[in-house]
Write a protein that binds this ligand. Structure first.
Ligand SMILES: Nc1ncnc2c1ncn2[C@@H]1O[C@H](COP(=O)(O)OP(=O)(O)OP(=O)(O)O)[C@@H](O)[C@H]1O
Ligand SMILES: [Mg+2]
Length: 334
């Protein structure tokens, strides 16, 4: 391990495959009457070509805000207060809305949290998809239909859905429509924010499978946001763990499950229920942070079983521990 690597150096480490997305010391705050909420605090990571990265962490830790910040879609009262986001080497933070439109959907697309509920129930699927497509690529009706039906085929939707309304579709089919929308313009990166969590378990598996097939077929890179480490383990190449606005560990799925390094990652993995070896459910104690008043030092200090004096004084930086594996913990870096 190289102990002398500074914060942000995660991005400078050479990788086996090209980095399509680089998030560099990203910071997002929501300004509220009771203070600034530090929803994303100094987050750095990269996504490699054709990689599937899981982003996990408890509710409110900043997963959706990170996704929205990558897409430059943070809504007021939130704003990006620091850092950079590069897609295929191009900087996105601070560029004009007109410039951004060129990248959204065509280089970077989103399956938003609760996506299927965001479909307008009284507008036919074909019209909703046509709107998104025509904004980028003018084409006639025949070309448009062929284009959309090709995407339907990619996600396993029957052609008749083209003329249907969202309210006529099951949850799984609506989610497939959202996946089809996300790949309309062949992006190089798709961010899927909890794409299966609103579905029942069986449909969840089928939709997850569809996403994986689409990812493989189109050769895209993905960030899959979710709560469920168990489900993620079967789908992703690497896992990024967030806690209270901070990225505490990111690494290959095998390393993370076999020997998680950050105490919070360890806790998340121990919390996965197992039928094979019945173990008492480990419940983590402690309060979720008030992100308006973050402590000096490590963000996890109040829940960490190994906390010591340095942790209360110095914020641990994200350090390289193995290929594609980084952790922010004094225990590991000292
Ligand atoms: N519009 C807003 N105004 C103020 N604070 C907000 C706003 N939106 C989000 N936050 C706060 O920012 C933090 C991160 O929220 P975010 O939605 O990114 O979390 P998340 O990890 O996606 O959670 P979940 O798993 O529940 O979807 C939370 O503390 C949340 O309360
Ligand atoms: Mg969210």
């Amino acid at each position: 391990m190289s102990a002398d690597l500074a914060v942000g150096s995660a991005l400078d480490i050479p990788t086996d495959r090209r980095k399509v997305l680089e998030v560099d010391r990203l910071r997002v705050q929501y300004e509220t009457p009771r203070g600034s909420v530090k929803a994303v605090d100094d987050v750095s990571f990269y996504l490699k070509e054709q990689e599937n990265l899981g982003l996990v962490g408890e509710s409110g830790c900043g997963k959706t805000t990170t996704a929205m910040a990558i897409l430059q879609m943070v809504q007021s009262p939130g704003r990006i207060v620091g850092g950079q986001v590069r897609i295929n080497g191009k900087e996105l933070v601070g560029i004009s809305e007109g410039e951004l439109r060129k990248y959204r959907w065509s280089e970077l697309s989103l399956i938003p949290q609760g996506a299927m509920n965001s479909l307008n129930p009284v507008i036919r699927i074909k019209e909703q998809m046509a709107d998104a497509l025509l904004a980028h690529r003018p084409m006639n009706r025949k070309e448009l239909k062929a284009w959309i039906l090709k995407r339907f085929n990619d996600v396993g939707l029957p052609e008749r859905v083209y003329n249907m309304y969202p309210h006529e579709l099951s949850g799984g089919m609506k989610q497939r429509v959202c996946i089809a929308m996300s790949i309309l313009l062949n992006p190089s990166v798709i961010i899927a924010d909890e794409p299966t969590s609103a579905l029942d378990v069986v449909v969840q598996r089928v939709v997850a499978q569809t996403i994986m097939e689409v990812k493989e077929r189109l050769g895209v890179s993905m960030i899959m946001i979710g709560h469920d480490m168990g489900l993620q383990a079967q789908m992703v190449d690497r896992v990024a763990v967030m806690y209270a606005g901070h990225l505490v560990e990111i690494g290959p799925v095998k390393n993370m499950f076999k020997s998680p390094l950050h105490p919070y990652t360890q806790l998340l993995i121990e919390a996965i229920p197992s039928i094979a070896e019945k173990k008492p459910l480990k419940v983590s104690e402690g309060l979720t942070h008030d992100l308006r008043h973050t402590p000096k030092g490590c963000i996890f200090q109040f829940r960490c079983p190994y906390v010591h004096d340095t942790c209360k004084e110095i914020t641990p930086s994200l350090e390289y521990v193995a290929p594609d594996h980084f952790v922010a913990c004094h225990r590991v870096s000292s």
